[in-house]
Every structure is written in structure tokens, then in C-alpha cells.
Design a protein around this ligand. Structure first.
Ligand SMILES: Cc1cc2nc3c(=O)[nH]c(=O)nc-3n(C[C@H](O)[C@H](O)[C@H](O)COP(=O)(O)OP(=O)(O)OC[C@H]3O[C@@H](n4cnc5c(N)ncnc54)[C@H](O)[C@@H]3O)c2cc1C
Length: 291
């Protein structure tokens, strides 16, 4: 690793100013779980790293204007432990509990997970199901951007960590008759890539009989974290029964494009996993939404 300087920023503005003065040779670092390996392997270069984990307020989970807001330095361990996230954004708490190992969860952040832009990223799959937005700050100001618009290609996000910064994520908490769930299968329970991971969020009608709306995200079945919109369309406004669920799950299988790989198993097996895990996540979320 050839980085010469390490700055501990104390405000967002200070971090952005440091990046600007480094003219592309600086890079933000949060937990470092992805970045340090990338620097060691020469996949990224940076003369100076700008650490954002000590910026006051950035490690908070809070309510703001009917949204849940998660600061950019919040770790997966904090998310996993948060009663607010477990109850009102369950898919994210469940996804966080799957990430890496306790050591990785203690320092790894959602923001780093999104900027690293892997199609299997557990945080990204959960945030997509929640219809989350990210706040991006640069020297010209701050704006909220839909998470789905942040991914460009495998390993590439729209956020340029040498000049701009994700400061927070926000999404609406579950209301009455709403719930979410995350399912994942890997070759072993820790430190393994998911063969398939699925996030769902369901919104039922007042009687708990019809699906008012639904989000289904699946990874890694496309170059980027992916929403199964045809499966969502099958379920929307329909009475929830076994036939409708089967129709939706089959739509999810058809629109996903899992590949065979030595790391992740054969595509036929992975299609079967999409079938099983999507149904399982939907059933758990529907049951929770019915209370
Ligand atoms: C052993 C191991 C196991 C893992 N297991 C999993 C797993 O099960 N599931 C999973 O999804 N991931 C896993 N990961 C990947 C990694 O832990 C996550 O992607 C983590 O969320 C990255 O966050 P970080 O804070 O460590 O990011 P960093 O490594 O600090 O940064 C990652 C990238 O994001 C940029 N960045 C960081 N913060 C910001 C910000 N606020 N704004 C703009 N850019 C920013 C950095 O410049 C860098 O390019 C694993 C990694 C390891 C090493």
C-alpha cells in the first residue's frame, strides 16, 4: 500500500476540502474493509486517505421528517443492534447481520458497501428493497439520489470518492401493515459470498388480504444490485394466495440472470435458490405485516 498521508476529517466540509486540494490523489476511507485490500492489491491508488469515521453526527441512526436516516459512518454492527432498524426496516437489520464476520461488521459501513458497488452487496440489496436514497455531498452542495441510480457496472458506482461523499441514507420506516425480510444462502455461514440474496418489502391493504405494493431485490443475478420489477408487478394489488406467490416467484426467476461460476455454483441451482428464497422472504414479510 503506497499511501503517504492519512487525514482524520472533523467535518464533511473539511473532508471535501481535503479531497479538492488533493486533486484526485485523495480518497475517502470509512471502515477500510474493501479499500485497504484494493490498495494493497494495486486495484486503487491514493496518495492520501481521508477518514470520515470521526465526523460528529455521521455515526448516528435517527428519525428525520418521517424518514429513518443512517449516517455514512454507521457500521453494520450498529445497524444489526438498532431496535429501530430491526422493527421498522427489518430487511436491513437482517442483511447487516449476514455481512462478513463480527470484525468486518464492527468497522464496515453501508456507504462503503454501496460505493464498492458489488452486485451481491448485502447492504445494497436491503436498501433497494427499502427504496432508499443517498445524500451525496460535494463542493457545490448536497442532494438526495435514489439508490437504484447509483450503480454503473460491477464495482463501479456514480459516487467519486476522490471528490464527493455519501453523507447519509434515508428511507421510509414500515408503517401499519408493512414489513420486510432478507434471505441469503452462502456456502457457509460467515465470511462467504452469497450464492443468492433476496430483500423484500411488502405493503398490505387494511384487511391484510391484498398486496398494496411490494419491492423485491435480488443479488447477484445481474451486473448490479437488481429489482425484480416483473415479479413486483405480478403481486401488486392482487389477493395474496399460493398461486399468486408462485406466479410472482416464477417471474422473478425468469427476469434474473444468474451465471454459473465455480465460486457461486451452477445457474440452475441458483435459479432454484431464487425461487425458494424469494418465496421464503415474501411469506415471512407478509406474516409480519399481518401482525
Ligand atoms: C473478509 C470480508 C468479508 C466480507 N463480507 C461481506 C459480506 O458478507 N457482504 C457484503 O456485502 N460485503 C462484504 N464485504 C465487503 C465490505 O466489508 C463491505 O463492502 C463494507 O460495507 C465496506 O465498507 P467500509 O466502510 O469498510 O468501506 P471502505 O473500505 O472504507 O470503502 C469502500 C469504498 O467506498 C468509498 N467510501 C467509503 N465511505 C464513503 C462515503 N461515505 N462516501 C463516498 N465514498 C465512500 C471508499 O473510498 C472506497 O472506494 C466483506 C469484506 C471482507 C474483507
Amino acid at each position: 500500500m503506497s499511501c503517504e498521508e492519512y487525514i482524520l476529517a472533523s467535518t464533511v466540509e473539511e473532508a471535501l476540502a481535503a479531497l479538492a486540494s488533493l486533486r484526485g490523489e485523495g480518497r475517502l476511507i470509512a471502515g477500510g474493509t474493501d479499500l485497504v485490500l484494493q490498495l494493497q492489491h494495486g486495484e486503487r491508488k491514493a496518495r492520501c486517505l481521508v477518514d470520515i469515521t470521526r465526523i460528529p453526527g455521521l455515526n448516528e441512526i435517527r428519525w428525520q421528517d418521517s424518514y429513518i436516516v443512517i449516517g455514512a459512518a454507521v457500521t453494520f454492527a450498529q445497524i444489526e443492534r438498532s431496535a429501530l432498524i430491526r422493527q421498522r426496516a427489518t430487511v436491513l437489520a437482517e442483511a447487516a447481520s449476514w455481512v462478513g464476520s463480527p470484525q468486518i461488521r464492527n468497522v464496515g459501513t453501508l456507504a462503503g458497501n454501496i460505493v464498492n458497488a458489488q452486485p451481491a452487496a448485502d447492504g445494497a440489496i436491503a436498501l433497494l428493497a427499502l427504496d432508499a436514497e443517498a445524500e451525496i455531498a460535494n463542493l457545490t452542495g448536497r442532494q438526495w439520489v435514489a439508490l437504484a441510480n447509483l450503480f454503473v457496472s460491477p464495482g463501479v458506482s456514480r459516487v467519486d470518492a476522490s471528490s464527493e461523499m455519501i453523507t447519509a441514507f434515508r428511507f421510509r420506516a414500515h408503517g401499519p401493515r408493512e414489513a420486510s425480510a432478507f434471505e441469503r444462502l452462502a456456502r457457509r455461514k460467515a465470511l462467504a459470498l452469497p450464492l443468492i440474496n433476496v430483500g423484500v418489502r411488502v405493503m398490505l391493504d387494511a384487511e391484510g388480504v391484498r398486496m398494496r405494493d411490494v419491492r423485491i431485490s435480488i443479488g447477484p443475478v445481474a451486473p448490479m444490485p437488481f429489482r425484480a420489477q416483473q415479479a413486483e408487478a405480478v403481486l401488486k394489488n392482487r389477493v395474496i394466495d399460493q398461486d399468486t406467490l408462485t406466479e410472482a416467484v416464477e417471474a422473478a426467476v425468469l427476469e434474473s440472470k444468474p451465471r454459473s461460476s465455480l465460486l457461486r455454483a451452477g445457474k440452475e441451482y441458483r435459479r432454484e435458490l431464487i425461487r425458494v428464497l424469494t418465496r421464503r422472504a415474501l411469506l415471512r414479510a407478509i406474516e409480519a405485516a399481518r401482525g
